[in-house]
Design a protein. Sequence first.
Length: 208
Amino acid sequence: MELDQLKEMWGTVESSSGQPSEQELQAILQKKSKSPIAKMKRNLTIEMWVVVVLYLWIIIDYIINFKGLILIIPLLFFVIGVAFMVYYIRKRSLLKQMECVTCEVKSNLQQQLRILEKYIRIYLIAGTALMPISIITMSVVLFFYSPEVAVQRQKADVPFAVFFGIVTLMSLVLTVPLYFLNKWYVRKLYGQHAEKLKHIVNEMTEEE
């Protein structure tokens, strides 16, 4: 693959001729705005801020409106938010390492790409599983600890097993379309850029 084709795939504007070298790949990785790695870092930063703002708003709004009742629910959101932040920080650290100009670029990228692909798969699975787990957990908590739900439960005389079965079934039904939506979303933000990077590294390896 010629260098101008390589740079076109990365969205760069320079043109040259000859076979791509490791030094040229290093230069491409350092592009601040148009490389796949830069795009993934930018998307990750946006997601990090969205999670921070959204989860803080949900937790604070819940505590204010419900006057601190059933604190396990905001605690659940806090734990989920912290888990996402740990994931984002580790993923951002990996992406930063992939831009290293002093490393053995191609050999490192091949290993780091495998780790990045694992992160993306984990993100897809965790994001999809979050809805049913959250719905079921919150429903169970409300079933036992919410005074309003307790009144309605006594009137309807609904056994916990029936309630749990209905909530679980509804959660699983909602998870099916969510999976495909989440799959598209994850590929849009990260998957397509990781695939492009993997293709470029494979092309360079074949030409050595």
